[in-house]
Design a protein around this ligand. Structure first.
Ligand code: T1G
Length: 703
């Protein structure tokens, strides 16, 4: 028997333990070992029942995602066929689920006649999150076990359910209380089935999974969710698979599932989403920093500044059960900040996202103060005051005086130089940037900005803390705008300039939202505030003074007090939440273009796509070459989780690889020639892009 399976007998029951750390991913070697152990149990006359369980922290996290896109994914024994073999077992099979049973892991449990779960286990079919659908019988067996509607919800949402919910659904037969021995309970359950001559496979509870559902159920479900699925393939295919479970035999349904799964697995969307899955885990690996490095304990946090950002940041810690002290200079600002936090929690309660008890518990974790002395014992302090260097430096001088030795001092700056902030303290090794994205309690992205002197321990501690508060952390070096906002500059420059050259804001934004972005960049400026953009530009006017023509329209809107949604007018007019094209903006662009000597013309959607996206991509490649970003996947994560870039395109750099790096370079060189002086000034291909194309590389990497 291989080391991948722990096989032993308990009386007449064979125990098959999946033992492939860390999560019993069902790669080909584990599949083969499971098949061998199963056949051994079947052949042993002494064995009357079988329990399958997982060693370590998971029953099984499903198929080995790294196999997809290669023949290994379907290498014999493929999971679907193996599970059909298990499902035909003449001896009762019991799945003993501890930790997590996800994807093919849950499908393995579904192929067993019975399922016993630990009370704190979670069970789910998250395949749509990586552009797939359950491909080993889940879309056929789950509906027959819990009904088509409940099965569809689990499969389309990808959301795991708790053991108690699974029991209520009929997904598991028994839940074993915490502290009780799951394996012993499962073994006893199996022996009891034998004693009562129970069938190896009980009859399906929902032999007709759609019974009781309206005839148009699936069409109505698709119509209801079409907008949210915008452009995504996996949910559509998953729905077709579940529909097949309601209109034919299990065998026919399995064949249909297999065909749909093959379509999903070979799709560019699934490739992109699987890239994102691994990129999220790679981002936490820091070259030169051991994953076993000792971390500093972070049990108490303080936030300086109770404004929108400070309040949102504080909520992250309360949500994770970490006490947080919110410090302000003035009482009314503090009261306003605390009231805003409570208001946000209240709305979560109204939406059913939070219970009143949870609201009270979270508010109890947030303490307001006007005294720096009250944060002297904090393990981590996050500064979130006005975005001006001198103001932040004063705060850090105070923190340096007040805070205990070893406290981590973080700045939430979005553009300022973290090294200049660290330099005013006597402990630059304890200073780091933690750039939260607004709204800070919602957006999952956290740019962790590593200063020149930030210690490895401080960096590793903040990355671990990011995980605790459910943020997707990406490490950035120090430069203007770090990774996200630095790439936003050229991307937004092209959008603004294109409006001067003849496109309308709606046309520019439409190209970007048609690609899948959550918002077009001009709508995004209207949301963030044209005044905010203006003030950031003002803070670095000398850096862009040589040609700020592209922002003249935004400056003009600012001068008229048109700040965007907050004033009801910006690049668009706003009536309530409705965004309406404003032809006065176009007229203003015409006047400015004339003054700037910019010839106006009809602009194609292709030109908008190429200029905005290629400049975004080019800056990302430059960031990689500069060492500000560690790897291209990090850059993709920033734009997916901070700027609404479609995850099913994998992020801007993964998208560039799909377009072809040669096409991106050719496009940049084309506009460099086509756009005269403006093109010469701004369409400078990143040297790394040129080197990658010259060397024939299809993947973006440092050379
Ligand atoms: N395949 C390959 N590697 C996996 C994996 C998987 N399914 N799950 C985790 N890993 C690796 C991960 O990359 C990391 O590696 C390490 O394990 C620890 O993971 C046929 C088609 C289970 C909740 O989508 O959600 O089944 O970085 O850091 O935070 O129908 O892992 O250490 O080198 O995430 O404790 C469906 C994916 C697959 C579940 C644990 N299953 N995994 O979280 O640890 S498709 C999933 C997770 C499928 C079938 C279909 C989480 C977790 P490294 P981790 P964690």
């Amino acid at each position: 028997m291989t080391t991948l399976i722990d096989y032993r007998l308990e009386g007449q029951v064979a125990l098959i333990g999946l033992a492939r750390p860390p999560v019993n991913a069902l790669g080909q070697p584990l599949r083969a070992a499971l098949a061998e152990a199963f056949e051994r149990a079947l052949a042993d006359a002494q064995v009357c029942a079988v329990v399958i369980h997982g060693q370590g922290r998971a029953f099984s996290a499903g198929a080995d995602i790294s196999e997809f896109g290669s023949p290994a994914a379907f290498a014999t024994p493929d999971l679907a066929s193996l599970l059909c073999r298990l499902a035909e077992s003449p001896k009762p099979l019991v799945a003993a689920i501890a930790g997590t049973a996800l994807g093919g892991g849950l499908e393995t449990a579904l192929a067993c006649g019975y399922r016993i779960s630990a009370a704190n286990a979670t069970l789910g079919l998250p395949e749509t999150r990586i552009g797939l659908l359950p491909g080993a019988g889940g879309t056929q067996r789950l509906p027959r076990l819990i009904g088509a509607q409940a099965a569809l919800e689990m499969i389309i949402s990808g959301e795991p359910v708790s053991a108690s919910k699974a029991l209520a659904l009929g997904l598991v037969d028994q839940v074993v209380a915490e502290g009780e021995d799951l394996l012993a309970a499962a073994t006893a359950f199996a022996a009891a089935r034998v004693a009562e001559s129970a069938p190896a496979q009980p009859a399906w509870r929902h032999a007709d999974p759609a019974q009781g559902l309206p005839s148009q159920f699936f069409d109505e479900y698709a119509a209801t969710h079409a907008r949210r699925w915008k452009g995504q393939l996996a949910p559509v295919l998953a729905l077709q698979a579940v529909q097949a479970a309601c209109s034919g035999s299990l065998q026919a349904g399995l064949a249909k599932e297999h065909a749909l799964f093959a379509q999903a697995e070979s799709s560019a969307q699934s490739t992109a989403l699987r890239h994102q899955f691994f990129a999220q885990r790679e981002a936490l690996k820091i070259p030169g920093v051991s994953k076993d490095i000792a971390l500093r304990p972070v049990q108490r946090v303080a936030v300086i500044g109770a404004g929108t950002m400070g309040g949102g940041i504080a909520m992250n810690f309360a949500n994770a059960g970490i006490p947080v002290t919110l410090l302000e200079l003035k009482g009314e600002a503090l009261d306003r900040g605390l009231a805003q936090i409570r208001k946000q929690y209240d709305s979560s309660v109204k939406r059913g996202k939070l219970t009143p008890q949870q609201l009270d518990a979270r508010m109890a974790l947030i303490t307001g103060t006007l005294e720096y002395a009250d944060i002297a014992q904090a393990d981590l302090v996050i500064e979130a005051v006005f975005e001006r260097l001198s103001i932040k430096q004063n705060v850090f001088r105070t923190l340096d005086e007040v805070c205990k030795a070893g406290a981590i001092l973080a700045t939430n700056t979005s553009t300022l130089d973290v090294d200049l902030i660290a330099a005013v303290t006597r402990r630059p090794q304890d200073v780091i940037g933690l750039h939260f994205f607004s709204p800070a309690n919602i957006m999952r992205l956290l740019e962790v900005v590593r200063g020149r002197e930030t210690s490895a321990q401080v960096l590793a501690t903040t990355l671990d803390l990011a995980r605790r508060i459910d943020k997707i952390a990406v490490v950035s070096g120090v430069c203007f705008g770090f990774i996200g906002n630095r790439m936003l500059e050229p991307y937004a420059r092209e959008a603004h300039r294109l409006v001067l050259e003849g496109a309308t804001p709606a046309q520019v934004d439409g190209v970007l939202t048609d690609l899948g972005l959550a918002m077009g960049v001009l709508s995004m400026y209207d949301l963030a505030g044209i005044d905010v953009g203006y003030l950031v530009r003002e803070s670095r006017r000398e850096a862009i003074a040589h040609d700020a023509s592209y922002f003249k329209l935004a400056d003009e809107l600012y001068s008229h007090g048109h700040y965007g949604q907050k004033t009801g007018r910006g690049f668009y007019r706003y009536e309530g939440r409705e965004r309406i094209e404003d032809y006065e903006v176009v007229a203003c662009a015409e006047v400015l273009a004339h003054e700037l000597g910019i010839a106006r013309r009809a602009i194609s959607n292709e030109e908008i796509h190429d200029r905005c996206l290629f400049m975004l991509i080019n800056e990302g490649i430059q960031l990689l070459d500069d060492g500000i970003a560690q790897r291209s996947g990090d850059i993709d994560l920033v734009w997916i989780n901070g700027y609404g870039f479609p995850a099913w395109l994998g992020g801007p750099l993964h998208y560039a690889e799909r377009l072809g790096l040669g096409r991106v370079l050719a496009g940049i060189e084309h506009y460099r020639e086509q756009l005269g002086g403006y093109g010469q000034m701004w369409f400078e291909p990143a040297p790394l892009l040129q080197r990658l194309v010259a060397a024939g590389h299809a993947r973006i990497q440092r050379l």
